[in-house]
Write a protein that binds this ligand. Sequence first.
Ligand SMILES: [Ca+2]
Ligand SMILES: [Ca+2]
Ligand SMILES: [Ca+2]
Length: 829
Amino acid sequence: MRPFLPLASLAALILLAACATPPADSTAALADAVTDAPGDPLAEPVPVVRVVAGRADTLLVQDWMGADVRPVFESHADVSVESLGDRFVVRARDGFSGVAAVPYVARGAALALPVNVSVEPEVTFAFTPDVTAASGAPEVFVIGGFNDWSRTADPLEDRGDGTLARTRPVAPGRYEYKLTVDGAEVLDPANAETAPNPFGDFNNILVVEPPGEGRLGLRLLPPFTEDQIEFEALRTDREGAPMEVDLEPEDVVALIGNVRIPDEAMEVHGTEFLIGLRPLPGMPDLTGHRVLRVAASAGGVASDWREVLLYNGLPLANAQAEGRAPEASGETETWHDQIIYQVVLDRFANGDPTNDARVDPDSVLAPAQYHGGDLAGLRQKLREGYFRDLGVTALWISPVYDNPNHSEVEFPPPHRRYTGYHGYWPIAPRKVDEHLGDIGLLREVVDEAHAQGLRVLLDFVANHTHEDHPYFRENRDWFGTLELPDGSLNLRRWDDYRLTTWFEPYLPSFDYSASPEAVEQMTSDAVWWLQASGADGFRHDAVKHIPSLFWRRLTQRLHEELPDRDLFQIGETFGSHALVGSYVRPGQLDAQFEFNQYDAAISGLARGGSLAALAGAVEEGLRQYGPLHLMGNLLNSHDKTRFLAILENDTPPEADAVQIGFDNPPVRDQAGSLARLELGLAYVLTVPGVPVLYYGDEIGMTGAADPDNRRDMRWGADVTPEERAHRARVSQLARLRQRLPALRHGTYETMQASETLWVFRRDSPGQTVVVALNTGAEPVRFTAPPEANPASSGWGGARDAFDEPARVASDDGGLRFTVPAGGYRVLVR
Ligand SMILES: [Ca+2]
Ligand SMILES: [Ca+2]
Ligand SMILES: [Ca+2]
C-alpha cells in the first residue's frame, strides 16, 4: 500500500512544507545546486507516478528513489510535487489529464519525475431486490478488482424507488466483479458479460473506457539508423477507427533513466517523433545500461509508456544483435534476458546416496518424506549441460537451510505428517541441510552455473523460523505470540493479522515492526548467503506477511554491501495488484510472481476461459508494474496444482486437490494435453516479464496440489519418446526467446484478442515479432492490413520464426497466416 496520512495531518505537513520549500521563483537557486548536469545518480529509473486529477498521493522517497535521497522539486504548470522529509506529495491540477515530467534536483543532478494524470469516470452499480421476500431489504455490496474485493467498501444504497445503487469512480481498465446479497456472492443481473474465475464459478466483467476522445498508442517503428529511435502515435476513437494526431514537442515526454531528453535531441512532426541518441549538449549520459522512456498526450488523452533498453547508447536489442550466446553474452545481459527454472532440490536429482537418511519413516507418507535429491545431483545435471540444452538461463533453487530431522503434524485436519524436505522450516541461520550438502558444495554449484553463463537465485525465508531455531530459542522478543489478546490463535489469519500470523504452531513468525534487532540480524544473514555462495539474488517467500520496512532495509544493505553485483529479488505474494505492487519499487523488490496473471492464464489456457481476459491481464500488468517489468510469468510452481492436472480436470475446482494427490494421484492420459501445455509455455516464453519454468514442465509432469506437485523429476528411460519430443519443442521456444530480443525486452501491443484467439506484437528497434495463440478447435486465418506508415518496412519480410523460408505476407503487403487448432505461430520480421 502507498503510505497514507490522515487528511488533517497531511494539510498540516503541507503547510509546514510550504515554509521549508524554496519559493517558486527559486529555479536559478536550484540550478546552482546542480553539480553534474548530465549524470543520473539514482540507481534505478523512478517509476511513473500515476495520480488522479485533483487527488493528492503521498509517496515514500526511499521506495521510489532509494535510501538517503532528498529531492527538491521545481514548479510545474500542471503537477505540483512537494517534499515532506522522507515523503513527497504529488497533486495534479483539477481538469488536467496527460503526461508530465516534473523537474527536481537529487544528489546534485537535474532529474525529472514522470507523472501520468488521469480522470476516473464514475460508474454506477444497481440492483433491484426481490420485493416479495418477507425478510426486508437485503444488504448488498459490490466487490471487485477496483476495490481489492473488499466486502464492505462499497455498499449499495436505497435510491427510494426500490432499487439499490452505488456510484463510485473507477480507473480505466478491465475488471472482474460480483455483488454480495446478504453475504452471498451473486452475478450482477444487469450485466450479461461474465468470465470464469479460478474457483470454478463466474465473475462479471466491467470495462471502463478512459475519458477523453479515444485512445492514444505509441508504436516503435522498425528502423534504427543514424542513432535515432522513431515512434509513431496512433489515435483511435472508441470504435477503433483511426483519428488524426498532430503532436507538438510539448506533447511528448522522453527520459533516459531519470534525466529528461532535451528538445534539441527530439524531432516531432505530426504523428511521428524521433529521438536522437547522439551526445548533444545536455544529453543524458548514455554509458552502460540505460532505459529510454517515452509517452505522449493529445486531446487530454495520455498514451501508455514505452520503454527501450539501451546499452552504451545503442538499443540493447542492437547491442545484443548476435543473440544471447551464453558464453558471449557477458556484459550486455540483464535480468530481462533470463529464463528462470525452478528446482525443488530434494525432488530433482540424487547425486549422493550417502545423505539420503529418511526422517520418521514409520509415520510419514512417501510424498511428504525426504527423497534424496541434493546439491550434488544439481551439480551433476549442470555438468551434463542439461540446463544449457534446455535453454534456461537462471536457476531458482529451493531453500538450502538446515531443517529439523523430525517430522511435524500439520495444524489443519486431517493433520498429515510432513518433513522439512522442502526447506521452508529453518533451524539454523547459516547452515546448509545435511541432506543437501554443505556451503562449499553450494558455492561449487553456483561457480559451475556461472561458468556456463547461468545465474542462481536462493530461496530466502524471512517470515518465520522453525521453533528449534536459535533465534526463537534465544530471542523470543523478535517474534510475535501465537496467542492473541482475545484468547484466539494467530494461526493462518492471512488477512486480519497479515504481518504477524503463524503458518503452523511450530513455525514462529517474526514481528519485524517491533524488533529492529531481528531486521538487522536477518538482513545480515541474507547478505552473508550471497557472499558465501556467490548467488545472484533471492526468491523471497511469503512477502506479503513481512512489513515493507524489512524489504527496504534488505535492499539498502544489498546496494551498500554488494554494490557491484547485478542482483535480483523476486517475491511471492498472492493478492491484488495494489498489494503485490506495493513491494515492487526501486527501494524494495525488483519483481514478484504475478498470480493475477497466472489465474487468467489457467482460466484461458486450461479451463476453457477467455484469451481476451488473459490479454487484458497482461495489459493490466504493464500498467501496474511498468511497460517493461520483470514480474515472473508461470504456469506451474511448488504451490500450485500442476497445469496438466487442471487441464484434464483431475482436480475439479470443488475437490480437495491435496487429498487427491494422496489417494488418486493424477495421470496424464488425455490426447492433446502435451500440445496444450506447450501452448501455455509458448505464452510464458513470449509475453513481457521473466519466464519461470517449474521442473518437469519440459517433460509434461502432472500432479495434484502440494506435495503431489513435487514428484521426483524423471530422467533417462523414465521419459517417454513423446515427452522427449515435448522437451525438444520447449527447448526450441526457450531458444527462440534467447534469439529474438523483441521477445525479451520489446514493447507489447495486442493486435486481436477474442475468446479463443490472441495475437500480439513485440517491437524492438529493427525487429517485430508477432505471436498468435489459438485455443479453438479449428485453425484460424489471421489477417492484418498493410501498415500505413512508410517508415515501417511492411510485412513483406515477415517469416515464420521456426521455419524461416515460410513467408507469411500477402501480395498487397498485409499480414496473412493460419494458426493451427490448439496451436500457435511466431512470426518475425
Ligand atoms: Ca542424496
Ligand atoms: Ca537437517
Ligand atoms: Ca488425467
